[in-house]
Design a protein around this ligand. Structure first.
Ligand SMILES: Cc1cc2nc3c(=O)[nH]c(=O)nc-3n(C[C@H](O)[C@H](O)[C@H](O)COP(=O)(O)OP(=O)(O)OC[C@H]3O[C@@H](n4cnc5c(N)ncnc54)[C@H](O)[C@@H]3O)c2cc1C
Ligand code: FES
Ligand code: FES
Length: 1335
């Protein structure tokens, strides 16, 4: 980081150590600096945009005026290092370590089983740690606030929340939820009617207490620096940017006059995003963070004057304080702002973002500006010419030059008036997710009435999310002045607003009808809210309002999940030493929590290591006319540009090219790669590669396009039983329909990562890769380089989440990197940025399901004719297997005597879709549950009755003619019914729905038959290597990969039982292809089953060898026996092998014994929906799963909960958006919303069915990695039940098409009413929509 001009010294502390950076580059962020410059890799990169929390660290600052130290969490990826002058940074490494002492936060999150892959864990730890530094005994609200900016894709959050709750005496028990019993008090807390045994997943008694006196003290040197501020300007010169931080307001204003184009940066949450994602760079950046005037707070009689530099968290605290002191009618705007400040972004962003930055950014979906605007706030701005007041109104928000700041002006403070008599102000917002998501539409509304009347004197409405800026409905508001606040006024107001605030059919962001509906729905909410308050003011006045309309106006609260996990404890006779069946903590849990667990990109750089950035196609289908890399090659730091011409062996397998050659077949296909001395240089140069395309016809994006062009991958697959056509002739009713199912992004927290290290001898290379399938990666690299596999060693230490997305794709990416390594002769580090990862690697297959169902009037289904089409994308990948699975598993729990199902993979010009947890089952079984529900609606029967009626009851055969016993299916169903008190709650739901018009509740119970495994015998083989060293320590290696699912923990448990030694003797390092060759990818829920058998086999071989020695010296120790074996030249190393099950499918005959066993389950979910906005709240879920004899109930329950929450995302939240040309818009957590902590059902109970033998798997266990995913659909069907209640009340048809995911848009538009009907219907053929469904 050496630059020619002289910079000031940047002084800050990291974990108590002073840092003096003499070459601080303003473009370098704290995350990069920590990871690459000072090699603190505990803090993780996952999104780079402040949305995921993986990079959370704590910043502490001393305020010399209040003499207080403040601690706040931040997203290090958005903190420019230059902003750290005088700050103390604490990272996960700073609070505890295995080498010294672990912090109670680290201990509790690990021991509560709050880590799986562990990639989110350091960020979680730091959010919790910061919370406890500020509130050692946090309240529920504080806990939820602190976790609002942290995403976890594995655990389902419940155990993480529980670990934080353990610090809070008031919230550690569910008594706070108004229940009579405590959920943590085992045995007393059984959900009603529960009969099975209980045990704890961890022992709270073992937790160390939190001792705040043990924490780092704030560095005295920084305190002194703050108390004696040198007001001189600090300057830091970087490669492209200079950072200037003045010490006084005068200097600031002069600088702004000198550099009017230079942005002021405070939180950097707007500017930083622009610089990173739009690749904008500024020669000068001015930091006003040291200007005290920007942080002043003044209370006046008329209102508050808040400094523009205050963070949104500080603003929130100040407003909350004022609200608590003043009458409610005076603080209406403050209350409205507070409402939004609870859900705006995550805690880290609220801690960083400033009020001034927020206002000046004028984001079109700003949550605060519409409220500040209708609240008539005033901006106090200054320049060298003096001070000026600018009204914060629609003209300012529209960016009109005469209503905005001049380039040399600085926003100093904001005046926020108190509300006056007769004034009512409210705020509304609806986002794709309850918190940490930009609003789809938001609004601020304010009305003032003439003295003691309901006659409108003044009205203002501002909407966000409708246009390119926040916009006002001024004309409508003007026309409504003088009108009475009544229904007639409302009706006309809605019409006027719809006319004034229009949105073209092709508007960016899409959801046009929904957004327009929200404008009037919010207006209606405001109308009711004001009416209610007028009524309170004047109970006998002339406003009328019915009670059940008003009571459900409130937004859903942010709730904290809690629940019971029940399982059968081990037999009391089992030796204490034997860990099998016990809830053992994840082997790497503590290391995850301390940041010491090493992931691929955490590995130290090697000398002359190069970084790779790829250039991807911007066209869906085109010929490459030319590629000009000359400008890129001349860029700073660039070593080489790698193209298809450089591939020495095969350029990919089947039709999947590594580097596109001549033609591109999707947007996002890799064309070439730039190797440079830093990622920043590689990325900058990659933008300079010039590619000329010639578009080719056709461009196939959707399933419909593929059908039209007969574009398929592989032949049609078909399964049939009975005589479907004949059966249709004998049924009472026939129902036909179709349902669309959207795809899903894996969103593993660790993006695809690979390092290729040439060893310099015999052409050997080491590949360190985050992959589920090391052997496949090895094979692809070998083919690409034209080398034998024995020269290539693939190492996988651990994977930061995979879910199927790291099965095939890492092979491709490793091969791309290997070509670069071979060409340049250097090590290559290739870590995909989140946006590239989402663009390039594909996800779950979107599906179109068509059905024709024949059934009797009693709900008995006699015949079903089903057709599936999945969008496979541009290459085969695993698509043919996925469609096979969808067919084989579609029947779910139901015996349909006459069933025909056909499936096709559509070849389109989208990135190739791939494996994803559940592999076709979540799609296929969803279609089945859709038509089962439709049959129930047609027969006017409760859905659970139709489900029961059609469920398998006795030993029978599946559609692929495999025999199975559904006993445990029935048991799960019955136990779930009982645990959830289904009928009692159904009655309560009905009662609620009768009382409430705009909020409805829904309840659904869904059964599950999940077949575990693969349809080919060779998939079931596994190998292991167990080595005993002469000191008695044992090293285990096996063919499975640790993805977070706890396979290594289970393997240690197996080895411990088999060798009869404590787990502490056993170590498990990495998986690599030299130790265990020819492995099968880890997936399909079989990893622990088959590798466990291989480990068991190896251990048994060793024990057999030791047997004579042990029997000769039965009282000897393990160490003595091992030593004796060595003396007797007995080998202490053994390879274990498991040959696997016989499995095969004959598609000609439509039969096959494919699956070794089935996992059964059932889930009951209850939700509440807001019919006016489409929001929903997950109230409660009860899951019963047939886990047999769980090897590790903590790991298995973790898998069930995590998969369920991922399923909740799939069926209700996660929406991939594509342009009509096949460009993926949703390329980060900013646009693509996975569940966050508030999406977990408030009550979340999981029970394992009392165990029954499963002779097919080790120790009679079952693989539970995938099954829970489908149970997330119970939330979808509960939503559908609630929507059905609303539709019934509004007299709408009981059968309608509700596609997955049931997003807020889908829910709102399914609850048709006067507001949806008011929106003028647009002819969709007349204009091109912004996005289209691809299935
Ligand atoms: C992950 C994430 C989630 C978010 N979620 C939401 C959300 O849900 N709802 C929502 O409303 N917003 C959301 N935001 C936006 C966020 O509120 C804004 O980015 C933030 O308020 C901007 O403040 P800042 O201090 O970071 O601005 P900066 O990025 O530092 O500056 C932004 C702009 O303001 C100018 N500026 C700053 N201060 C002054 C001043 N005193 N005088 C003149 N010009 C000034 C700068 O020149 C710059 O152009 C989110 C942002 C992120 C990153
Ligand atoms: S990496 Fe910083 S918030 Fe995601
Ligand atoms: S454990 Fe949270 S993302 Fe994996």
């Amino acid at each position: 980081m050496s630059h020619s001009k002289e910079s000031d010294e940047l002084i800050f502390f990291v974990n108590g150590k002073k840092i003096i950076e003499r070459n601080a580059d303003p473009e370098v962020n704290l995350l990069f600096y920590l990871r690459k410059n000072i090699r603190l890799t505990g803090t993780k990169y996952s999104c780079g945009g402040g949305d995921c929390g993986a990079c959370t660290v704590m910043i502490s600052r001393y305020d010399p005026i209040s003499k207080k130290i403040s601690h706040f969490s931040v997203a290090a990826c958005l903190v420019p290092i230059c902003s750290l002058y005088g700050a103390a940074v604490t990272t996960v490494e700073g609070i505890g370590s295995i080498k010294t002492r672990i912090h109670p936060v680290q201990e509790r999150i690990a021991k509560s089983h709050g880590t799986q892959c562990g990639f989110c864990t350091p960020g979680m730890v730091m959010s919790i740690y910061t919370l406890l530094r500020n509130h050692p005994e946090p309240s529920t609200e504080q806990i939820m606030e602190s976790l609002s900016g942290n995403l976890c894709r594995c655990t389902g959050y419940r155990p993480i929340v529980e670990s934080v709750k353990s610090f809070s005496p008031s919230s550690s028990c569910c008594l706070m939820y108004g229940k009579e019993k405590c959920c943590l008090d085992e045995e007393k807390n059984e959900p009603e009617g529960k009969t099975s045994a209980f045990s704890k997943l961890y022992k709270k008694e073992e937790f160390q207490p939190l001792d705040v006196t043990q924490e780092f003290i704030f560095p005295p040197e920084l305190k002194r620096m703050a108390e004696d501020p040198q007001n001189r300007t600090l300057t830091f010169h970087g490669e492209r940017t200079t950072w200037i931080a003045p010490g006084t307001l005068t200097d600031l204003l002069e600088l702004k006059m000198k550099y009017p184009g230079a942005p002021l940066v405070i939180g950097n949450t707007s500017l930083g995003i622009e610089m990173k994602f739009k690749e904008v760079s500024y020669p000068i950046i001015i930091s006003p963070a040291r200007i005290l005037e920007l942080f002043a707070v003044t209370n006046t009689k008329e209102g508050l004057i808040l400094g523009a530099g205050l963070s949104l968290s500080q603003v929130k605290d100040i407003l909350a304080d004022v609200v608590s002191r003043l009458p409610k009618e005076r603080t209406q705007m403050y209350c409205a702002l507070l409402k939004h400040l609870r859900t705006l972004a995550g805690q880290q962003i609220r801690n960083m973002a400033s009020l001034g930055g927020h206002i000046i950014s004028r984001l079109p979906t700003s949550d605060l500006n519409p409220v500040l605007g209708v609240g008539k706030c005033i901006l106090n701005v200054a320049s060298t010419e003096g001070i000026q007041q600018i009204p914060l109104n629609d003209r300012f928000l529209a960016g009109l030059p005469d209503a905005s700041l001049k380039p040399d002006q600085v926003l100093i403070s904001v005046f926020m008036p108190l509300s006056r008599k007769g004034e009512f102000l409210s705020a509304f917002r609806q986002a794709p997710r309850q918190q940490n998501a930009f609003a789809v539409v938001n609004a601020g509304m304010r009305v003032v009435f003439k003295n003691n009347t309901s006659t409108i004197k003044d009205l203002s409405i501002l909407y966000g999310g409708i246009g390119a800026t926040v916009i006002g409905a001024n004309k409508s508001c003007q026309q409504l002045i003088g009108r009475h606040w009544d229904e007639e006024m409302l009706k006309e107001a809605c019409g006027m607003v719809l006319e004034e605030i229009s949105l073209p059919a092709s508007a960016p962001g899409g959801m046009v009808d929904y957004r327009r509906t929200l404008t009037t729905s919010f207006l209606y909410k405001f109308y009711l809210d004001v009416l209610k308050r007028l009524k309170m003011r004047e109970p006998c006045g002339d406003c009328d309002i019915s009670k059940n309309l008003c009571q459900d106006l409130e937004d859903f609260p942010l709730t904290m999940p809690h629940g019971v996990q029940s399982f059968k404890d081990v037999d009391s006779q089992q030796p204490l030493r034997d860990p099998v069946g016990r809830p053992i903590m994840h082997q790497s849990g503590i290391k995850h929590a301390t940041g010491e667990a090493v992931f691929c990109d955490d590995m130290s750089p090697l000398a002359e290591e190069l970084f790779l950035a790829v250039v991807t196609s911007t066209r869906p289908h085109a010929r490459i006319i030319s590629l000009d890399a000359s400008e890129a090659l001349a860029s700073p730091g660039v070593f080489d540009v790698i193209t298809a011409q450089d591939v020495p062996g095969d350029n990919g397998r089947e039709e999947e090219c590594l580097y596109a050659q001549d033609e591109v077949i999707c947007v996002g296909q890799i064309i070439c790669a730039v190797a440079a001395d830093s990622y920043a240089h590689a990325k900058q140069a990659s933008k300079k590669v010039q590619i000329v395309y010639e578009d080719l016809e056709p461009t196939i994006v959707t399933v419909q396009d593929a059908l039209q062009h007969e574009s398929f991958i592989g032949p049609e697959k078909k399964l049939e039983q009975g005589d479907v056509q004949l059966a249709f002739n004998c049924v009472d009713q026939i129902l036909e329909g179709e349902v669309h199912f959207g795809g899903q992004e894996h969103f593993y927290m660790e993006t695809q990562s690979v390092r290729v290290v040439p060893k310099g001898e015999d052409e050997q290379i080491d590949i360190y890769v985050s992959s589920q399938d090391a052997a496949f990666t090895q094979e692809m690299v070998a083919r690409t380089l034209g080398m034998p596999k024995n020269r290539i060693n693939c190492h996988v230490k651990r994977v930061g989440g995979a879910f199927g997305g790291k099965a095939t794709k890492p092979g491709l990416l490793a091969s791309v990197a290997a070509v670069a390594a071979q060409k340049t002769g250097c090590s290559i580090r290739f870590i995909l940025e989140r946006g590239d990862d989402m663009l390039i690697t594909g996800g779950r297959h979107p599906l179109l399901g068509k059905y024709k169902i024949g059934f009797m009037n009693d709900g008995k289904i006699k015949a079903a004719d089903i057709q599936f089409y999945i969008n496979g994308g541009c290459t085969p990948d695993d698509s043919e297997l996925v469609i096979e699975y969808a067919l084989l598993k579609l029947e779910n729990a139901y015996k349909i005597p006459n069933l025909c199902v056909r499936g096709r993979v559509c070849r389109t010009n989208l990135p190739s879709n791939t494996a994803f947890r559940g592999f076709g089952f979540p799609q296929g079984a969803f279609v089945t549950e859709t038509w089962v529900s439709a049959v129930a609606a047609k027969c006017h029967l409760p859905p659970e009755k139709v489900r029961e009626l059609n469920m398998y009851k006795d030993i029978d055969r599946t559609i692929h003619k495999q025999e199975f016993d559904p006993k445990n299916l029935i048991k799960c169903w019955e136990m779930c019914m009982e645990n959830s008190s289904y009928y009692k709650r159904k009655k309560a739901v009905d009662e609620f729905n009768q009382q409430s018009f705009w909020k409805k509740r829904g309840l659904a119970i869904i059964p599950m038959k999940f077949s575990v495994g693969f349809p080919k015998t060779f998939y079931y083989q596994a190998a292991a290597l167990v080595q005993i060293y002469t000191d008695g320590s044992v090293l285990v290696a096996h063919g499975g990969v640790e993805l977070g699912q706890g396979i290594n923990t289970k393997m240690i448990q197996v080895a411990s039982r088999e060798l009869e030694i404590p787990m502490s003797y056993i170590h498990l390092d990495e998986m690599n292809t030299m130790t265990v060759p020819n492995t099968i990818g880890t997936g399909g829920s079989t990893g622990a089953d088959v590798n466990g058998k291989a480990v068991q086999n190896a251990c048994q071989i060793l024990m057999k060898r030791l047997e004579p020695i042990i029997s000769q010296n039965p009282n000897g120790t393990w160490e003595e026996w091992v030593n004796e074996a060595f003396i007797q030249s007995i080998s202490l190393s053994a390879t274990g092998y498991f040959r696997g099950y016989r499995a095969g499918m004959d598609w000609e005959k439509g039969e096959g014994d494919i699956y070794p066993y089935f996992v059964f389950g059932a889930a009951c979910s209850e939700v509440e929906i807001d019919c006016l906005t489409g929001a929903h709240k997950n109230i409660r879920t009860d899951i019963v799963m047939d886990g047999s004899f769980s090897i590790n109930p903590a790991v298995d329950i973790g898998q069930i909960e995590g998969a369920f929450v991922q399923g909740v995302g799939l069926y209700t939240l996660e929406e991939l958006k594509y342009s009509p040309e096949g460009v993926l818009y949703t390329r980060g957590p900013n646009q693509y919303k996975i569940p966050s902590v508030t999406d977990v059902p408030e009550e979340f109970h999981v029970s394992l069915l009392p165990p029954t033998p499963n002779p097919k798997a080790i120790y009679s266990s079952k693989g539970l990695g995938e099954a829970g995913m489908f149970l997330g659909s119970s939330v979808f069907f509960a939503i559908a039940d609630a929507v059905a209640a609303a539709r019934k009340e509004r007299g709408l048809p009981p059968i309608w098409s509700m596609n997955s995911p049931a997003t807020a848009e889908v829910i709102r538009m399914s609850c048709e009413d006067q507001f949806t009907n008011m929106v003028p219907k647009m002819d969709s053929k007349c204009s091109k929509p912004w996005s289209i469904p691809v299935a």
